[in-house]
Design a protein around this ligand. Structure first.
Ligand SMILES: Cc1ncc(COP(=O)(O)O)c(C=O)c1O
Length: 398
């Protein structure tokens, strides 16, 4: 039995069947490279689904983990720790004037944002509770976040879910304007929808939405769980539009692979009081210290700017593949959050062929190949990854 067959057999016996895994057993990683159980070296353009912003085994992550775990791993939120406070200060410095709540995942961050919106509606808008969100949105798998999620297939088996979520088409300001009424406390969106296949909000949309939210007195919640941490070529995707949300949720790359989530609330939305919310592990010293190290490293290594440049380089290379016959329709997204839209429903075949050719990409549905590489990817690594992806396209087309 190969290592892959053994892993598949053990999974069958041991794990709930929640994941459809790719035929790959990852043994180790360094930078943008991972090694599988057979010793093959692959370039990882998925980066743990937008988590490994510093790639694999980055010395800054290793050092923070080692140093912090020697001093203090956990204390609970009954006490102060400097690690949590340092992280909050760094985060606010990258974003907008706000206060921070730290948690453990994207779904948990969105649950927190939903509670903030509902409490805000109770305090400031005569008990308004409804939240306008988008078709095809993805906000997480917990029951509140799932209620805000657009994909019927994810929600339906678990109903009844929380009430009060109104869905409108993505990128449709008129639909939001029609849906917002006296009972609405918030509009909740991703600046670029990731799980639906990398679909960005139109340029200028967020500015107009910010105006609408102010005029109609509702909170603007942005889910930057996937778009954040510099990935799109700005610390936070909304910064491209020069506007700020009232509430922003973060997770994924925040601690470079150590589980963490966060919510930032502007003064207007800062309504939670003692007893309203909490988390045993949230903002623990270990995850907080690593997250601070990740933020400092992104700044020191200019990774926000590098993400923008590497993303342009990838997009141009994919366009070249298209002109040489790859079945590529368009490249969507920004920076290092890219969706290659295909002319044919072969995304899964391309992802499987890519593995054979030593590059990891992610198929979303039949027609999108998603790329979420580590922000540290170099020019030469992009060239090598694109050469491999080009070969994968060629093998599927032939
Ligand atoms: C935009 C967005 N929000 C929320 C989540 C959920 O995050 P988590 O899996 O950490 O709960 C995801 C995960 O893919 C996401 O992409």
């Amino acid at each position: 039995m190969t290592a892959l067959e053994q892993a598949a057999e053990r999974e069958q016996r041991l794990l709930m069947r929640t994941y459809a895994r790719q035929p790959l057993t990852v043994e180790s990683g360094r930078g943008v490279w991972v090694r599988d159980a057979s010793g093959q070296e692959l370039i990882d353009l998925v980066g743990g689904l937008a988590v490994n912003v510093l790639g694999h085994a980055h010395p800054a992550v290793h050092r923070a983990l080692a140093e912090q775990s020697q001093r203090l791993v956990h204390t609970s939120n009954l006490y102060y720790t400097s690690e949590q406070l340092d992280l909050a200060e760094l985060l606010i410095g990258t974003a907008f004037p706000s206060r921070v709540f730290l948690c453990n995942s994207g779904a948990e961050a969105n649950e927190t944002a939903i509670k903030i919106a509902r409490k805000w509606g109770r305090v400031h808008k005569q008990g308004a509770t409804s939240i306008v969100c988008a078709d095809n949105a993805f906000h997480g798998r917990t029951t509140g976040a799932l209620a805000a999620t657009g994909t019927e297939r994810y929600r339906e088996p678990f109903e009844p879910l929380a009430r009060g979520f109104i869905r409108v088409p993505f990128n449709d300001l008129d639909a939001i304007a029609s849906a917002v009424d006296g009972a609405t406390c918030a509009v909740m969106l991703e600046p670029i929808q990731g799980e639906s296949g990398v679909h960005p909000l139109d340029r200028g949309f967020l500015g107009a939405l910010r105006h609408l939210c102010d005029e109609r007195e509702v909170l603007l919640i942005l889910d930057e769980v996937q778009t954040g941490m510099g990935r799109t070529g700005a610390w936070w995707a909304h910064q491209h539009d020069g506007v700020a949300p009232d509430v922003m949720t973060i997770a994924k790359g925040l601690a470079g692979g150590v589980p963490i989530g966060a919510v930032l609330a502007a003064p207007r939305a800062d309504v939670l009081e003692p007893g309203d919310h909490g988390s045993t592990f949230g903002g623990g010293p270990l995850a907080s210290a690593v997250a601070s190290a990740v933020i400092r490293t992104i700044e020191e290594e200019h990774l926000v700017e590098r993400a923008a440049a590497a993303g342009d380089h990838i997009a141009e290379s994919v366009q070249d593949m298209a002109s040489q016959g790859a079945p590529v329709d368009e490249v969507r997204g920004r920076g290092l959050m890219l969706g290659i839209g295909l002319r044919l429903p072969v995304a899964r075949e391309v992802a499987a062929a890519a593995l054979e050719h030593g590059v990891i990409v992610n198929a979303v549905g039949d027609r999108t190949v998603r790329l979420l590489p580590p922000l540290i990817i170099t020019h030469d690594e992009v060239d090598e990854a694109m050469r491999r992806l080009g070969n994968a396209f060629a093998s599927v087309a032939s």
